[in-house]
Write a protein that binds this ligand. Structure first.
Ligand SMILES: NC(=O)C1=CN([C@@H]2O[C@H](COP(=O)(O)OP(=O)(O)OC[C@H]3O[C@@H](n4cnc5c(N)ncnc54)[C@H](OP(=O)(O)O)[C@@H]3O)[C@@H](O)[C@H]2O)C=CC1
Ligand SMILES: CC(=O)N[C@@H](CCC(=O)OP(=O)(O)O)C(=O)O
Length: 333
């Protein structure tokens, strides 16, 4: 068995990592770290996991707690991984980080979008950007992976195969996320009364995920996120000026043929198809009237947008079947 440590185990993504590890043939989640909930039994923090982890406890992190660990998953608030990455990398163990700390390849871009100086810029080059469908060989060879963000995964997978067909400086993305995308902390913006029966755009012209999209798509992206009154799911509607008449659906189908977690179809995807699964569903059209392409993608922000993608990356890094412990089947209704 592969001994796994989870930093941020008491959070939403941490819970989803634990759910996936419980179904994984080789991952044994043996050290679970939290902050304000350190010291608690896992069954009290995440009751839905009680039967899978009856004796587990959430601990406070200390570097020597990683002795004997083979794989580290970090699902911490942005900024936290910068302080501990050098120690983890020094151990030579597989490290998959989900915060934004090591996703961008350039410290200046990080400072611009995250409004703070990067504290470990020399380590940025040690991380591979974690979208397996696009960087599979590099992830296989990597010791450290920075798993992509939830909105960027949705958008980049919908658009990357279409880049030869479009002008990348005309990309516009309007995406809606379920509230779990904001993490478990109580905030006025994600309070039941604010979110229920409501639909709001936020982060206008300034959302930090724009940087990841532009890094991978190589153009200018106008990204507008929205908060939707649902627990999970992201739906991204992407448009761009086409270079000429084209068949974007065929381009997507060809690019993702044989991919276990990407479903391309003519049907307009729904977030609910993806609930609990590591799948992303994508469709696309060419609009003759405006000369633009339209691509729409849906995924579960906590699985393909977070914990599932982390497991998929870790499987590749450790030479395991890429789909080990992961389902491409959603829960319905
Ligand atoms: N939610 C989502 O859909 C996605 C999230 N992400 C990213 O993943 C990361 C985790 O997200 P999510 O699980 O939603 O967040 P949560 O707020 O639900 O969980 C955060 C976790 O980090 C721990 N933590 C908080 N502060 C500290 C600290 N100072 N030192 C150590 N541990 C700390 C918390 O511990 P405790 O609860 O014990 O205080 C908790 O376990 C974030 O970077 C987020 O942006 C990325 C893609 C999608
Ligand atoms: C609904 C909601 O608030 N979503 C979060 C993004 C999700 C996230 O966790 O961001 P990273 O992928 O960069 O880690 C937000 O817009 O800030």
């Amino acid at each position: 068995m592969i001994k796994v440590a989870i930093l941020g185990a008491s959070g939403f993504v941490g819970a989803e990592l634990l759910r996936l590890c419980a179904a994984h043939p080789l991952f044994d989640a043996v050290r679970l770290f939290g902050d304000s909930q350190a010291g608690m039994a896992l069954a009290d923090v995440h009751p839905h996991l009680a039967l899978a982890y009856p004796a587990a406890r959430v601990e406070r992190f200390a570097p020597d707690a990683l002795d004997g660990i083979d794989l580290v998953f970090a699902a911490l608030p942005h900024g936290q991984s910068q302080a501990i990455a050098a120690d983890i990398l020094g151990r030579g163990v597989a490290f998959v980080d989900l915060g934004a700390d090591f996703r961008l390849d350039d410290a200046a871009a990080y400072a611009r979008w995250y409004k703070e100086e990067h504290k470990a810029p020399d380590l940025l080059g040690r991380f591979v950007y974690g979208i397996p469908e696009l960087h599979r060989d590099a992830i296989r060879a990597a010791k450290a992976v920075a798993a992509a963000g939830c909105y960027p995964t949705t958008t980049i997978l919908a658009l990357k195969p279409l880049l030869p067909l479009i002008d990348p400086d005309t990309i516009a993305v309007s995406a809606a996320s379920g509230v779990s995308g904001a993490g478990k902390a109580l905030k006025e913006d994600t309070h039941f009364n604010t979110v229920d029966e409501n639909f709001t755009a936020y982060g206008l012209l300034s959302h930090r995920h724009t940087a990841e999209m532009e890094m991978e798509l190589g153009g200018k992206v106008l990204f507008t996120p929205h908060l939707a009154p649902m627990n999970r799911g992201i739906l991204a509607t992407c448009t761009a000026q086409a270079k000429g008449p084209c068949d974007p659906l065929a381009a997507l189908a060809e690019a993702y043929a044989g991919e276990p977690f990407v479903h391309v179809s003519e049907r307009s995807p729904s977030v609910k198809w993806t609930l609990g699964s590591n799948a992303i569903h994508i469709t696309a059209r060419y609009d003759e009237r405006t000369g633009r392409i339209l691509a729409i993608a849906a995924l579960d922000n906590l699985v393909k947008g977070a914990a599932g993608q982390m497991v998929q990356c870790a499987n590749l890094m450790l030479g395991i079947d890429e789909d080990a412990g992961l389902s491409n089947v959603g829960v319905w209704p």
